[in-house]
Design a binder for this molecule. Sequence first.
Ligand code: GDD
Ligand code: GTP
Length: 407
Amino acid sequence: KVVAVILVGGPTKGTRFRPLSFNTPEPLFPLAGQSMVYHPISSCKKIPNLVQIFLIGFYEEREFALYVSSISNELKIPVRYLKEDKPHGSAGGLYYFRDQIMEDSPSHIFLLNFDVCCSFPLSNMLEAHKTYGGIGTLLVIKVSAESANQFGELVADPVTKELLHYTEKPETFVSDLINCGVYIFTPKIFSIIQEVFLLREDRADIRHISSYESQQFATRSPTDFVRLDQDILSPLAGKKKLYTYETMDFWEQIKTPGISIKCSALYLAQFRITSPHLLASGDDSTATVVGDVYIHPSAKVHPTSKIGPNVSISANVRIAPGVRLMNCIVLDDVEIKENAVVIHAIVGWKSSIGRWSRVQGDGDYNAKLGITILGESVIVEDEVVVTNSIVLPNKMLNLSVQDEIIL
Ligand code: GDD
Ligand code: GTP
C-alpha cells in the first residue's frame, strides 16, 4: 500500500500571493480552473495501490473541510486534512502525524509541496525508487545556473543517481540540479526525523545549565521544528540512503500570482492530453475559443466574445458581448461588461469591469508588476485602462492607472 502527503503550509506563508490570499488559502487558488492542490491530488490518484491522501497544514480546519469532502467524492479516494497546532517545519509536520499516516501500514509515502507545478511523474519515481533501494528518492530538475539559488541545489552520481551533496538555497553556486519538492520515502524516514528530535532535546537539556543560552536556543531552533531540506536531506546526502529521479518535463515553483498565470497555461496544455473534456472546445461553447481555455459550466459567456489562449473562467462569471480575454484567470462571480479587454491579468472574486475598459499587463511573469491583479470586489468603471497594477480589494477605479499598487 502507498499513501501520499501534501504539505499545504498555513496562513503565515503565502504573503507574496497577496491580495489573492486574503480570503482563500493559497492551495485552493485555481489554476486551469482547478484548485492548486487538485493537480498533485489527481496525479496521486494514478499511483497503483494508493489508499489515502493527507493534506497537512496549519490553516483552520473549516477552510479545508468542504474542499476535502468534495474532492474525495469526485476522485473516489479518501483525502483528509490534518491540522498542526503550530508550524512544525516540513519534516516536523510529517512526523507529527506519523500515527495517522502509518494507519494502513503503507510501504511507501509520497511527500509533495503544494506550491510546485509539474507533471508529477509519481509512478515512474516509485519504479526508480524501488530499483535504487534507498530510504528516499527526490524529484530533481536542471534549471538555469542564475535561478538555481532560489532552490535546494544538489549533486547526484551520474550513474547510480545517488544524492551525494545537498545545500538549501546556497549563496555561492553549487549545481544547476535542484530539488523539485516532490519525494518518496519508506517509513524509515520517521526514525530519521525522530533522531533529529532526540538530538535536539539532548542539546536543549545541556544548554539548560546556562539560562542565557537556552533562551537563545529556544528562539533560534525550537526542539519540535524540523525542516526536511536542511535538517534531513543535507546530513543524509552521500550515505547511500537518498537517490534522485530527474524530470525532463515542465516544473515551476508557484510563489507569485504572475507565475500562476504561467502555471495555469502549463496545466491547461496538460489537460489537452490528460483531460480534454475539461477544456472549452469552441463548437459546444458559445464564444470563439482560441487555444487552451477552461470555462466553468455555470459561467455565462456571450457568443460574440473571443476567449483564449490560456484563459480560465470560474463559477458564475458573466461575459458580455464583444469582450476579449487572453492569458488571464477570472475568479468566481466576476462581471465583464461589453467590449472590455482583459490580457495578462487576474480578476478577483466579485469584481466588475466596465464597458470598453482594459485590464492588462505586459506579461512579464517574473517582474513585480508585469501583470494586473484586481483583488476581491474591485470595480473598474467604463473606459478605464488598468496596466501592470495591483489593486487591493473593494477599490473603485474611475481613472486609468499604470505601474501602481492601489492600496
Ligand atoms: N504543514 C506544514 N507545516 N507545512 C510546511 C511547514 C510547516 O511547518 N513549513 C513548510 N511547509 C510546507 C510548505 O507549504 C511547502 O509546501 C513546503 O513545506 C516547503 O516549504 P518551505 O520549507 O518554505 O521551502 P521552500 O518552498 O522555500 O523550498 C522548498 O521547495 C523547493 C521546491 O519548490 C525546498 O525544499 C527547496 O529545496 C525546493 O527546491
Ligand atoms: P485577432 O483579431 O485575433 O487577429 O487579434 P489582433 O492581433 O488583431 O489584435 P489583438 O491581439 O491586439 O487583440 C485581440 C482582439 O481584441 C482583436 O479582435 C481586437 O479587435 C480586439 N480588441 C483589441 N482592443 C480592443 C478593445 O479596446 N476593445 C474591444 N472590444 N476589442 C479590442
